[in-house]
Ligand binder design. Structure first.
Ligand SMILES: [Zn+2]
Length: 336
């Protein structure tokens, strides 16, 4: 990864790459609304600072420092992001892991970098950092981010170089959406961009929701076909369709659960006024009518198979074999 892999923010990327090559010390504050890509820029800037061969595009990506960075194994980069258990980062954490550390020289790279998300820093933690921000060692760089600089102390702002993220163009936003949802139709890409308030994170979220709907359509059609399909169809064709959803495995699995839930509802309450997949209601009603062999007990065993699949992907089991085990179990329960 280099700066050119990130879409948009041309001027800022040039500037950060130049700063990285200059290897000056200092403190930078990347600011802009949530979802603008501050963290990605901060990470890329930190990598360029680590890199032993950084150029105008930032980090080289191949030197050993870049590799350590990518593997999160360099002791010379400290990240302070959202804490796991508390809302805000504890001040002691800042004192021990940032303030104290910032007085020590880097171990491998020429620069020691601290990336700190100020959205999770209260007043006390910000105050604890003041002295370090004011006089950092010559080989220390602070990369701070904030989506609301109003909640950052003036005394902090006066000690940092603020870099405000630039707005993204429509073309850039469309490109970002396509990179994240490559199969989404053009009209839906444009709609996601249009409704995003020009925030890439928002556009991606909207596009993902939309691709969720198309995943559900596709899952519904597989499920509808399963009772009349052969073992081989399931093993070859349907497993392949599911493999296409590997990156959205959870959405695909929950789509199967929603389908099973709809079938159970329609078996028990044929007139129920709302099902999960209203868009495919006719097809699912026909499915229920044509498959009297399906009982709620069998549906329950199918849901169990889906939950086993979900647990398997959570622990990174082999996707293909977990998916085919699930589909074969569902086929066994639902077949005619
Ligand atoms: Zn490198």
């Amino acid at each position: 990864m280099a700066f050119s892999k990130l879409t948009g923010q041309k001027q800022i990327k040039l500037r950060l790459a130049a700063e990285a090559r200059r290897r000056g010390s200092g403190a930078y504050m990347l600011s802009g609304p949530e979802g603008m890509g501050k963290r990605m820029l901060a990470e890329e800037f930190a990598k360029a600072l680590m890199c032993s061969d950084a150029g105008s595009d930032g980090a080289c990506g191949v030197c050993s420092n870049c590799k350590y960075f990518d593997n999160y194994t360099t002791p010379d980069v400290t990240r302070v992001y959202e804490p796991a258990e508390t809302k805000m980062v504890k001040v002691d954490f800042i004192k021990d892991n940032v303030v104290a550390e910032s007085y020590l020289k880097p171990q491998f790279a020429r620069t020691k970098t601290f990336i700190i998300d100020f959205d999770y820093l209260g007043v006390e933690s910000q105050n604890a950092l003041l002295k370090s921000l004011e006089e950092p060692r010559k080989d220390v760089v602070f990369i701070l981010t904030s989506s609301n600089t109003d909640s950052v102390l003036d005394t902090v702002m006066s000690r940092v170089t603020e870099i405000k993220l630039d707005p993204y163009s429509d073309e850039e936003l469309e490109q970002i959406v396509k990179e994240n949802c490559p199969d989404l139709e053009d009209s839906k890409v444009k709609a996601a961009v249009y409704n995003s308030g020009r925030i890439p994170g928002k556009a991606i979220a909207l596009a993902r929701e939309d691709s969720g709907v198309s995943i559900r359509h596709e899952i519904n059609s597989i499920m509808i076909a399963i009772p009349d399909s052969s073992y081989i169809d399931v093993l070859e064709d349907y497993c392949e369709v599911l493999a296409g959803f590997k990156d959205d495995a959870k959405i695909a699995a929950s789509a199967i659960l929603l389908f099973l839930d709809d079938v159970a509802r329609l078996i028990n309450y044929p007139d129920c006024h709302k099902i999960n997949n209203e868009m495919d209601r006719d097809a699912i009603e026909n499915f229920v009518a044509a498959n009297k062999q399906i009982t709620t007990l069998k549906l329950g065993r199918c849901s169990e198979a889906v939950n086993i699949f979900l647990r398997a992907i959570e622990v990174n089991s082999n996707f293909d074999s977990s998916a085919s085990a699930m589909l074969l179990r569902i086929h066994e329960e639902l077949k005619k």
